[in-house]
Design a protein around this ligand. Structure first.
Ligand code: ACO
Length: 336
């Protein structure tokens, strides 16, 4: 049976830096509150009015990943695109990437699992590779959050957290005795509305009445809603559960880990999990301070930066774990 390895990684973030001080000019917030609660110092946003999309960011990240792998778009035989901020309600971003990169008429699929979208996509790629169906799969996580955040005081608990960006990896088949060792994916739909954007969706119907009736859609439905304390409590439970499950499945222990790359939800969540697992600082990679929470893009951006910084070498045991809306969560454990 084939193993699946990551042969290329790349990322791209917009150039526009938005600091906590910039946000304090738009809403009633301050640098101290944001840093203390989330660890975030700044994030990237696309230029206002630029209409840059998550596909645009994803395509640049994908080109960087292809370059890193020494492959071309013609070598890719499947595309997986994880995002909660697609260009259109439909079709998905996967086909737009197929068009933009000029890939063959390969399959392209979108993954709608928000913060754990990249882990879901990577796990899916792993299964496709191991089934023998494909040799090189392009996996992208990309978000443009800034277009859809409530920048008034009302939305401050959510808007200060999120940033724009994209990351991508190439997952390839190999006969070498290394690669993805274990994955797990979970969900708990009971809490679907605790972290959500409710509109657009068929629950509200699509008739002209929705557009006409000013009372049918509220601000809370258009902008993200987050029950922050609830998310925090569940995240710090599910992260360690999922990590231990992946380690057990691979016959490894926490001590065997060389690097843990958590979804960059909130630095306090990552630190909480790090303490629970008793991991030293050098074995945990965080970059939320610079980019905020970029949802499906956060792990591949962090992976790309960690690799560029020389923190990952062949043979290292690398754990990637995410928790997010749904609730959904999961891990991918790799013998790099
Ligand atoms: N600036 C200043 N004050 C704020 C802001 C802000 N941006 N946002 C909220 N406040 C105020 C609140 O209005 C409240 O004021 P009050 O006491 O006068 O009512 C006060 O700060 C405390 O609000 P809480 O919501 O209780 O703040 P908390 O300490 O719980 O921190 C936070 C909020 C950071 C969201 C926290 O709940 C948390 O870390 N949750 C985890 C969720 C998370 O990080 N999600 C990331 C995205 S989801 C994901 O990726 C999994």
């Amino acid at each position: 049976m084939m193993n699946s390895i990551i042969t290329g990684v790349g990322h791209y973030v917009p150039e526009r830096v938005v600091t906590n001080f910039d946000l304090a000019e738009l809403m009633d917030t301050n640098d101290e509150w944001i840093q203390e609660r989330t660890g975030i110092v700044e994030r990237r946003h696309i230029e206002t009015g630029s209409k840059i999309t998550s596909t645009d960011l994803g395509v640049i990240a994908a080109k960087n990943a292809l370059n890193d792998a020494g492959l071309t778009a013609q070598d890719i035989d499947f595309i997986l695109f994880a995002t909660l901020s697609p260009d259109y309600y439909f079709p998905g971003n996967g086909v737009l990437v197929q068009r933009e990169l000029g890939c063959k008429n390969i399959g392209a699929m979108d993954i709608r699992n928000q913060c754990s979208g990249f882990v879901y996509a990577l796990s899916t790629a792993d299964k496709f590779i191991k089934s023998g169906a494909y040799k090189n799969i392009l996996v992208i996580g990309a978000e443009v959050h800034s277009f859809g955040l409530d920048m008034s005081d009302e939305g401050r608990n959510v808007s200060v957290i999120f940033g724009d960006g994209a990351g991508a990896v190439i997952v390839s088949a190999t006969e070498e005795n290394r690669g993805i060792l274990a994955t797990n994916l979970h969900s708990e739909g009971e809490y679907a509305e605790e972290l959500a954007v409710l509109f657009p969706g068929t629950k509200h119907g699509w008739s002209d009445e929705v557009l006409k009736d000013e009372h049918s859609i509220t601000k809370n439905e258009i902008y993200p809603f987050m029950n922050g304390n609830h998310v925090f409590k569940h995240a710090v439970t599910r992260f360690p559960e999922s990590i231990k499950e992946a380690l057990n499945d691979a016959g490894k222990t926490v001590e065997d880990l060389d690097l843990f790359i958590p979804h960059q939800a909130n630095l306090r969540i990552s630190q909480f999990v790090q303490r629970q697992l008793n991991l030293p600082d050098e074995k945990v990679f965080n970059n939320i301070q610079k980019y905020g929470n970029t949802t499906a893009a956060s792990i591949p951006i962090a992976l790309s930066e960690a690799k560029a910084a020389g923190k990952i070498k062949q043979g290292d045991l690398v754990m990637m774990t995410a928790f997010g809306a749904g609730f959904t969560w999961g891990s991918v454990l790799i013998n790099w």
